[in-house]
Ligand binder design. Sequence first.
Ligand code: HEC
Ligand code: HEC
Length: 324
Amino acid sequence: MSVSLVCVPAAAMDGGGRSDYRRPDSPPAPGGQPPSAAQIELGRTLFFDPRLSRDATMSCATCHAPELRWSDGRVRPIGSEQVVHARRTPTVVNSAWLSALMWDGRAASLEAQAALPITSPHEMGQAMPALVERLSGIAGYRRLFGQAYGDEVVSERRVAEALASFQRTLVSPVAPFDRWVAGEDDAIDAQARAGFRVFTGKARCVACHKGWRFTDDSFHDIGLDSTDPGRGAHVPAEVVIMQHAFKTPSLRDLAVEGPYMHDGSMHSLEEVIRHYEKGGRQRPSLSPEMKSFELDPHERAALIAFLRTLDGGFVRVDPPVLPE
Ligand code: HEC
Ligand code: HEC
């Protein structure tokens, strides 16, 4: 008898087996070229600098704050000049792996994404040429661009590239679940292991939250009350399944009390799980993977205990000294 025949049923019960969840050793680098330390340092400086916004009050870190899980702890962010935004701020941790960025996937790379918050009136409200001019007028920035790129020219492309390079260094710390995946059997307790079985079995969360980041990098309508078209605004109207569809978020390092979802409408994991149990609002776009089910209080608690084992703690980065 071959060993693999014996292993198959057990692996299936575990949602494909532990090895499907093994974390990669390092983030992908576009073009296979890891950025230099000077490019990352330039990106870190830009990320924390409020002078990127038109009225110089708001940096990327205002909304993606390290101490708030690289988000803002708010249901909806406040933009510069007090304009309110329509969607909750996602984390930028593990963004190196994203193939589609933003809740609706409208940006294809970190480089392409970077200009959006700078220029969006909802966010920093700054025109890129004006930003390039402002940064060029700061001697300390000319020096940083020189160290990163060999000459002191400030350009839109370099700003975007440096921001992207810095964000690619933000990776989830090793969590108890990772140690368990690596073979440390008691890294997570029996309740969390039972929760993993609920996640991959009865509750079928794994249909969409797959792999080490717990996302399929795809878009689904999970039947929230929000009327935001999400991905639907970027595809032909006949693609019914993409109406109200949003990107599956990672389940790593979740803020303990949310807010969760693109509209920040949920504030506890219990509330999230009960939503999935009910199956979500019925409409033509609702994902076929949304099927109602019922958990008992033990299963619900186990599922939450499992989700907590995906938390590796805070990704700490010291704010830089801003150049003059
Ligand atoms: C006013 C708050 C705010 C500011 C300032 C801000 N962001 Fe965001 N960020 C958001 C929101 C909200 C979204 C989601 C928008 C959407 O999906 O429509 C987002 C999305 C992102 C994403 C995509 C993450 C994902 O999971 O797809 C990245 C990357 C990002 N921001 C980086 C930045 C960078 C870099 C800056 C500074 C240049 C910045 N943000 C400034 C609020 C903000
Ligand atoms: C049909 C695919 C699908 C299934 C099945 C599914 N999810 Fe989700 N999940 C998503 C999508 C898509 C979102 C974002 C929805 C939105 O904001 O509109 C999400 C959001 C979440 C969030 C919020 C995360 C955040 O950062 O806001 C949590 C927590 C979550 N899901 C846990 C679960 C659990 C637990 C299960 C199983 C009971 C599950 N999901 C089943 C696709 C799915």
